[in-house]
Ligand binder design. Structure first.
Ligand code: NAG
Ligand code: NAG
Ligand code: NAG
Ligand code: NAG
Ligand code: NAG
Ligand code: NAG
Ligand code: NAG
Ligand code: NAG
Ligand code: NAG
Ligand code: NAG
Ligand code: NAG
Ligand code: NAG
Length: 658
């Protein structure tokens, strides 16, 4: 991205002068990414949409992630910190397109350095908008960056606004359109009309002739709009975030500019395509960087004889999507899969919003899934941030069963009604040792007014390090997407370990032959058996063979290090069998070198690919195949329609590639 040299912009500038009608909206936001460096590192997150013909993009190019779209630069026009004038390029990878609606859109990030205590605007402007019903001409988008440290000691992260690149509205219907905002500091925010030429160019509110019924609720960020004239509108809003409920000077200003396509049809049915789960809209889905999430999205077409024509979506980087197919049991339901891999650049909420368009032209309300990338050490959960007292920690008996987390004053939580897990994890492998469902296992997890108590019902392995991990949703439902719905998954937050115990059983054989000894209580399996069984010990702890195997290996380690908890009664046995063990060590050591490496590899790869999945599954399980929270359309359409599998022959589905 940064390597785009000076020659390329010159080339594009020429084209801009010739045609001037390819811009289709933007969002630019920022956050302080590294607050310890001097100057600070500020990250710009930008999304831009353009006329499809200019940068025709394909699904393959999106997957490859390297098809760059757009031209121009974000600049600082005035009052700039020293050495800042051109801030960065707007050329970003393509992440979505829709040929029918004629747009291509992308998302990208770059960082630049800003001294602390700076306040300035980053502006992207040029000409021009394509032909609009009202306003147009030059475009200008501006975000206000403010690097003053907040009373909390942290720098600000500006809100992120996520809107579909285009919203189709049918003439003479009243719409309530949500401006989708995520603020990763959980600040209060408001939405206003952009109103200076720097912030909105030729589409400021004052330049637009909109119906008198148009109304923007600044606190709820809902726009009421009843279009009359067919054609394209461009609207410009600014989202402001604030230090607290009473503060009136914003911490930042974030622009969102987007397009409405007002249309009409002689087909009267205007029931919009409806998103019907599996994941309820607006719910937070927590994931860690590198984790892959697969979601099955279903859109139901409500008008008789209509089909799904396209899907309009705004995709964070890291998304891919399958083609759409029809539910074999219900031909009005169209299904597609999306795959998302969280990136450590994307910590915080990443909204994925989408809406179906039917063959009549009706567009559904945007449904947004809030994919929240969480890094263990970066949880904003109050209990984590305030380092809530928890005990016991450190060395505990393997029979320990009573675990307490005290709420800081002024905070309390009630038992959530949706499943979420408390996990006792084995530190070395990251595997769950035991889990408790806070919604269902009420005897094991207790919510008191001043504390959170876990009563575990297991005996922990001796000589093992553990930590307690609290899933998103343990304190507040993940659906709320609030600070305290975040989990506490840091392996360093609540750690404990159990004393190791010397072996009580004695090896009776030094055989390394391929036949296992069944006459003795313990068996010494072959090397191959050791490999498989040791891999399994972290998952199952039931068979004696496995335990035995572990003991052979562990004994080896213990003798190399030093056994810290000798039990006098057993010492004799141990010494007695020392010679025997040394013999085993010798044999095991001589052959264990290469297999141990293989072991480690197997463990790592299975961790990376499989370990996150239970979390995904868990989150998906708690969701029901619910309908979205009703359509926001105020014209009252009965939603009590149903699936009528017998009805209607269906044309082949237009295949969607975005
Ligand atoms: C932040 O900057 C400091 C100083 O330049 C550097 O040591 C540190 O590694 C950076 N941290 C991150 C997360 O990039
Ligand atoms: C998109 O660009 C193409 C090629 O310049 C042009 O023919 C077309 O009219 C443009 N479409 C819109 C909606 O501006
Ligand atoms: C500004 O840039 C010049 C030349 O690159 C450099 O010497 C100077 O240190 C920079 N000043 C600041 C404040 O970054
Ligand atoms: C704006 O929305 C909020 C929340 O929905 C509501 O309480 C308030 O009355 C609305 N304001 C106006 C002026 O409609
Ligand atoms: C709100 O924040 C402002 C600073 O923006 C501060 O002066 C004020 O005291 C704060 N009010 C409360 C109630 O915390
Ligand atoms: C609806 O309009 C289309 C063209 O937009 C026309 O072909 C069709 O005949 C019209 N249908 C009816 C029922 O008027
Ligand atoms: C749907 O299509 C069928 C066959 O093409 C037709 O008989 C029926 O009237 C249509 N229904 C509507 C509501 O247009
Ligand atoms: C958090 O609490 C733990 C245990 O109570 C303590 O060891 C640690 O120093 C505390 N950390 C901070 C940053 O206060
Ligand atoms: C757990 O420990 C606390 C304090 O150590 C004690 O008050 C409480 O009764 C214990 N609960 C159970 C069920 O043992
Ligand atoms: C826990 O595991 C991590 C990484 O897996 C390791 O860095 C850390 O040292 C372990 N902690 C203990 C106490 O064993
Ligand atoms: C061996 O197993 C038998 C029967 O399973 C049991 O009675 C005996 O105590 C065991 N011996 C040892 C040393 O564990
Ligand atoms: C310290 C140690 O290695 N203890 C092991 C001895 O053997 C028993 C099974 O007989 C294991 O459970 C212990 O982990």
């Amino acid at each position: 991205m940064k390597s785009i040299g000076a020659s390329v912009p010159v080339f594009f500038v020429l084209i801009v002068v010739v045609s001037c009608s390819h811009f289709r909206g933007s969002m630019i936001t920022w956050r302080v990414k590294n607050s310890t460096s001097n100057p600070l590192v500020v990250e710009i997150l930008q999304r831009h949409a353009w006329n499809y013909s200019w940068w025709p993009c394909t699904t393959g190019q999106i997957t490859a992630g390297n098809y760059m779209i757009g031209s121009g630069s974000i600049i600082c026009p005035s009052g700039c910190p020293l050495n800042i004038s051109t801030i960065g390029s707007v050329v970003i990878p393509c992440t979505g397109f829709n040929q029918i609606e004629n747009y291509v859109s992308g998302e990208g990030r770059f960082t630049f350095r800003v001294p602390s205590n700076s306040l300035f605007r980053a502006v992207f402007n040029s000409s021009g908008w394509f032909s609009l019903v009202t306003g147009g001409g030059a475009w200008s988008v501006a975000t206000e960056i403010n690097t003053y440290i907040r009373p909390s000691g942290r720098y600000n992260q500006a809100p992120i606004v996520t809107m579909l690149p285009i919203i189709r509205l049918r003439r003479f219907l009243t719409y309530n359109i949500n401006i989708n905002v995520a603020d990763n500091d959980f600040d209060r925010y408001t939405c206003i009309w952009s109103n200076t030429s720097q912030e909105c160019g030729g589409v400021c509110r004052s330049a637009l002739a909109l119906p008198v019924t148009t109304f923007l609720n600044e606190t709820s960020c809902v726009l009421r709009f009843r279009p009359v004239t067919i054609g394209y509108y461009a609207l410009a809003f600014t989202v402001l975030d604030f230090e607290n409920d009473t503060s009136t000077s914003p911490l930042s200003r974030v622009p969102i500019q987007l397009i409405f396509n007002v249309w009409d049809s002689n087909i009267t049915c205007s029931l919009p395509p409806l998103y019907i789960g599996d994941v309820p809209a607006n719910q937070c889905i927590f994931l860690v960087p590198g984790q892959v999430i697969t979601m099955v999205l279903r859109i139901q077409i409500q008008c008789p004889n209509a089909t799904l024509t396209s899907i309009i979506g705004v995709y964070p980087a890291g998304f891919t999507q399958s083609a759409t197919y029809t539910d074999p049991y219900s031909p009005t339901i169209h299904i597609f899969n999306v795959y998302y891999t969280g990136n450590s650049n994307q910590v915080g909420q990443n909204l994925f919003c989408f809406a179906g368009v039917d063959s009549i032209g009706n567009q559904g309300d945007a449904a947004c899934l809030r994919l929240t990338v969480q890094i263990a050490q970066d949880s904003l959960n109050s209990l984590y941030v305030r380092n809530a007292t928890r005990f016991p920690m450190g060395l505990v008996s393997k029979y320990q069963s009573n675990w307490t987390l005290l709420y800081p004053t002024g905070i309390t939580y009630a038992r959530p009604s949706t499943d979420a897990y408390v996990r006792f994890k084995i530190n070395s492998t990251g595997q769950d040792f035991v889990t408790y469902d806070v919604a269902k296992q009420t005897a094991n997890v207790i919510y008191q007014s001043d504390r959170f108590v876990i009563l575990s019902s297991v005996v922990f392995n001796p000589g093992e390090y553990y930590y307690i991990s609290l899933d998103p949703g343990v304190f507040l439902p993940i659906a709320t997407c609030l600070r305290d719905s975040m989990g506490i998954i840091d392996s360093k937050f609540w750690t404990f370990n159990t004393p190791s115990e010397p072996n009580t059983t004695v090896t009776t054989s030094t055989s390394t032959t391929t036949t296992t000894m069944t006459s003795a209580n313990r068996t010494v399996p072959t090397l191959q058996t050791i490999i498989t069984q040791t891999t399994q010990t972290t998952q199952t702890k039931t068979t004696t063979v496995i335990t035995t195997t572990t003991s052979v290996l562990t004994t080896t380690k213990q003798l190399n290090a030093h056994s810290s908890f000798p039990i006098s009664g057993i010492v004799g046995i141990i010494i007695g069998s020392m010679i025997l063990i040394v013999l085993i060590i010798y044999i095991v050591k001589s052959i264990r070198h290469m297999p141990t490496k293989q072991l480690a590899n197997t463990d790592l790869s299975s961790d990376a690919s499989e370990e996150p999945m239970p979390e995904v599954l868990q989150q998906h399980l708690i969701t029901t195949r619910a309908r979205t929270q009703g359509t926001r359309r105020s014209a009252a359409y009965a939603l009590d329609n149903f699936f009528s599998p017998h009805s209607a022959t269906h044309k082949t589905l237009v295949s969607i590639e975005c």
